[in-house]
Write a protein that binds this ligand. Sequence first.
Ligand code: ATP
Length: 287
Amino acid sequence: VAVFFRPLEKIAAVIETYPRGIAGFRRYQELMSTEPEIADAPDARPAPALRGAIRFDDVSFAYDASRPVLRHITLQVTPGETVAFVGPSGAGKSTLLALVPRFYTPSSGQISIDGLPLAEMTLDSLRSQIGIVSQDVFLFGTSLRENIGYGRLGASDAEILEAADRAQLGPLIRSLPEGLDTMCGERGVMLSGGQKQRVAIARAFLKNPPILILDEATSALDSETEREIQMALEALSEGRTTLVIAHRLGTIRNADRIVVMADGEVRETGDHAALLSQGGLYTRLAG
Ligand code: ATP
């Protein structure tokens, strides 16, 4: 799975503006030097404020030409909709979602948002409107304030605390004698997996983007933590177009639509009940 999520990590890196001289930034540079870079087209223009109508038109993609990873994907997402992507490992879920912030460009076909082809927008203006919460969260060896504040540089303490509250991090911060000044990592608090995810959620609340990409954790969390994170993610996705790589039944059931992928193709779409009644791949995955 680590390999599969490299695209999302890299997008997160690009969006969250890595400071220099830390492990995370080195990793980011490493990725940048091993992956082909995508640049703005000469005639690219800043995107307007997006509503989040995302359209995939006959999109195919291959990391290397001999092995297609996505084949002829056509899919339309309406603004505010939550779409859960499920399917066996290697089906292409992460790759498909990595195309939205244009970490990669389709080999053929086109992706557009609100009718504008991605290739016609500047990368910055596109990526600044997409929030990513990945299961693999980087924390910097700086304060909690800075770790949450990466969501929107220049945010005030009040805004950071509000985002933290919405991500259910408030109780933790209030329990720490140094509050937002608490250092993270080896020289400060070691946050648990669930707390790190809440930091990522708080960053996304601060960023307040119209489009969200969620890569739900596969690792086991205790059920209390899991419920809190699920609630925070639900609140976060409210009113935003949300594409989620879903591993939890609760998330899948609550989605407006489920897209079942296998072998780089969309095999089934529908809501939970409709898919179950079809008795196809979804039923086998769910069982
Ligand atoms: P999982 O649920 O296990 O993460 P997935 O459905 O998200 O799987 P992808 O991660 O998109 O699937 O992977 C689809 C295929 O593309 C796999 O065969 C994978 O090995 C390959 N792949 C993923 N990332 C890269 C990459 N950066 N370079 C080359 N091949 C890759």
